[in-house]
Design a protein around this ligand. Structure first.
Ligand code: AMP
Length: 178
C-alpha cells in the first residue's frame, strides 16, 4: 500500500466540529481517483479471502468505501444509520463518541446467521461507534465478524482498540499519532 500517497491526500481541519477536535477529513482522499483506487485495492487485498458476505458501513463516511468494497468482494452492503433514518423495523443501540452521544440502527433482517460480516468506518477514535455497531451486528448471530477502519487515531488518552474484546479482528490502513 502507498501510505505516503494516502497521507498526502488526508486533510486535517482543526476545531471541527468542536473546539479542540483535530478532524481528519477523508473527503480529500475520496475525491482523488488514484488515492480512492489505492485505498479500495488495499481493502480488497485484506478481505478478498475472508468469505465476507455482508459489508456493514457506519453512517456516513463508512458508506463510501464500504459500498465500493462490498461490490468488489461480491458481498451485500448494509447501512448502519443514525436513528430515524431507516424506514423499516430496526434494532438500535446508544453509544458515546469523541464529541457527544449518538445512537445507531440496522434494519431487522439485514444480516443472518449464515453471514460473515465486515464492519467498516472511516476512523477509529474512542471506538464507541464501532463497538455499538459491533454489538448490534452480534445480535444477528453472524458466523464471523471483522472490523476495518481507514484511519486509527492513537493519541494520548485515546485507545480505541481497548473498546473491543481481545482477539477481535481489527485492521486499520493508517495509524495517526498526531
Ligand atoms: P469513535 O466512536 O469515538 O471511535 O469515533 C469515530 C466516529 O466519529 C467515526 O464515524 C468518525 O467519522 C468520527 N470521528 C471521531 N473523531 C474524529 C476525528 N478526529 N476526525 C474525523 N472523524 C472523527
Amino acid at each position: 500500500m502507498n501510505k505516503a500517497l494516502i497521507l498526502s491526500h488526508l486533510r486535517n481541519i482543526p476545531n471541527f466540529p468542536a473546539p479542540g477536535i483535530q478532524f481528519k477529513d477523508v473527503s480529500t482522499l475520496f475525491k482523488d481517483p488514484v488515492c480512492f483506487r489505492e485505498i479500495l485495492n488495499e481493502l480488497v487485498a485484506l478481505y478478498k479471502n475472508r468469505g465476507i458476505t455482508k459489508v456493514v458501513g457506519i453512517e456516513s463516511r463508512g458508506f463510501i468505501m464500504g459500498a465500493a468494497l462490498a461490490a468488489e468482494l461480491g458481498a451485500g452492503f448494509v447501512m448502519c444509520r443514525k436513528p430515524g433514518k431507516l424506514p423499516g423495523e430496526t434494532v438500535k443501540t446508544d453509544y458515546t463518541k469523541e464529541y457527544g452521544t449518538d445512537s445507531i440502527e440496522i434494519h431487522t433482517g439485514a444480516i443472518d446467521c449464515g453471514d460473515t460480516v465486515l464492519i467498516h468506518d472511516d476512523l477509529l477514535a474512542t471506538g464507541g461507534s464501532m463497538r455499538a455497531a459491533y454489538d448490534l451486528v452480534q445480535s444477528f448471530h453472524p458466523k464471523a465478524t471483522f472490523v476495518n477502519f481507514l484511519i486509527e487515531l492513537r493519541m494520548e488518552g485515546l485507545d480505541g482498540r481497548a473498546a473491543f474484546a481481545p482477539g477481535t479482528d481489527i485492521t486499520c490502513l493508517l495509524t495517526l499519532t498526531e
